[in-house]
Design a protein around this ligand. Structure first.
Ligand code: AR6
Length: 186
């Protein structure tokens, strides 16, 4: 499924993020930036040791922020390591931290002059964020960002499994039907 925002395209695909040839792929990392399971493990396995070497020099990343490294052996030139929140109860700042992880990743892509970036569903695996709550936040944050910043041409969400894809698809349908909100409300 695809949706246009100004001059950019937002795509939803089901698949493996390590196979994407966008300028950058985003990793769902942890604050240590030293690898882990899920998407993080898959990216380090596919991209090779160069990524971990750069991560080691970065000295970590707090939740809600992101850092950029080489893509190593990946097709993508860069990996943006975004740290989402661990889900506790939904009222402990998780929505703000999740939105901020997406926003920081987009800002990093922009400051490096990138045109295309792929995101996984940050925080909805090991970090336990219910995907029904996370998907609208992820999509709304990306759409709002693209409305204000003209640099990026493609943002692709790469959803690993069918249920996650279905939730993102439903959320995008709902958002696409909403009238554009005035600037002040965004
Ligand atoms: N491509 C795309 N999506 C994937 C892939 C893949 N290759 N593999 C898994 N997913 P998670 P989190 C999906 O747990 O919740 C790590 O140990 C997965 O099905 O990777 O942010 C880190 O080091 C789910 O929908 O990230 C952290 O400690 C989504 O990616 C912690 O897990 C996110 O799941 C981060 O947890």
């Amino acid at each position: 499924m695809e949706f246009r925002v100004e001059n950019a395209r937002v795509e939803l695909v089901q698949g493996d993020i390590t196979r994407q040839d966008t300028d950058a792929i985003v990793n769902a990392a942890n604050p240590g930036l030293m690898g882990g399971g899920g998407v993080d493990g898959a990216i380090h396995r596919a991209g090779g040791p160069e990524i971990l070497e750069e991560c080691r020099r970065l000295g970590g990343c707090p939740p809600g922020e992101a850092r950029i490294t080489t893509g190593g052996r990946l097709a993508a030139r860069y990996v943006i390591h975004a740290v989402g929140p661990v889900y506790y109860n939904g009222t402990s700042g998780e929505p703000e931290k999740l939105a901020s992880a997406y926003r920081c990743s987009l800002t990093l892509a922009d400051t490096h002059g990138l045109r295309s970036v792929s995101f996984p569903s940050i925080s909805t695996g090991n970090y336990g964020y219910p995907v029904e709550q996370a998907a609208p936040i992820a999509l709304r944050t990306v759409i709002d960002y693209l409305r204000r910043h003209p640099g990026l041409e493609l943002v692709r969400f790469v959803l690993y499994d069918t249920p996650t894809y279905a939730v993102y698809e439903a959320a995008l349908h709902t958002l696409a039907a909403e009238p554009a909100r005035p600037q002040a409300e965004r």
